[in-house]
Design a protein around this ligand. Structure first.
Ligand SMILES: [Zn+2]
Length: 140
């Protein structure tokens, strides 16, 4: 497996900033649920320890709907959701590939995810927030 490196990103206005540890080749999901389809969110789901908010924690607003498990965090200044707590992986994070400063630094393979039929498909994503094979590789 590729070594992980930290990649920076943020919201449109720059108030909210984050870093996410990714390997050079990333599998991401394009979800067709009511919310993701509307905003074009491209999911890179990572464990808790591979994500950190570096600025703007206080600018985040939390939107919840339906089961209330997912926390859709968006910047209260510009409205952009650059990452959130996904219902499929509430112990991890889903980071929007579109919000990375430099997407060209990675090979991002986008696969479709059928979020309209979430109950039938969510189990396929559940491992993404707790993959033991990468535990030792997170750089500081
Ligand atoms: Zn913003």
């Amino acid at each position: 497996m590729d070594a992980l490196t930290w990649h920076a990103g943020g919201c449109h206005c720059g108030a909210v900033r984050f870093e996410v540890a990714l390997s050079g080749r990333v599998k991401a999901q394009a979800c067709n649920c009511s919310m993701c389809e509307m905003v074009g969110f491209i999911h890179m789901i990572v464990p808790e320890r591979r994500f950190r908010i570096t600025a703007g924690q206080g600018q985040l607003t939390d939107y919840t709907f339906n089961t209330g498990v997912a926390h859709h965090l968006f910047c209260r200044i510009c409205g952009v959701k650059s990452f959130y707590r996904p219902r499929s992986n509430p112990d991890g994070w889903s980071v929007n590939a579109r919000c990375l400063d430099d997407q060209t630094a990675l090979v991002i393979e986008v696969e479709p995810f059928d979020g309209r039929n979430w109950e039938q498909h969510a189990a396929a994503l559940a491992h993404l927030s707790h993959d033991p094979s990468v535990r030792e590789e997170v750089p500081v």
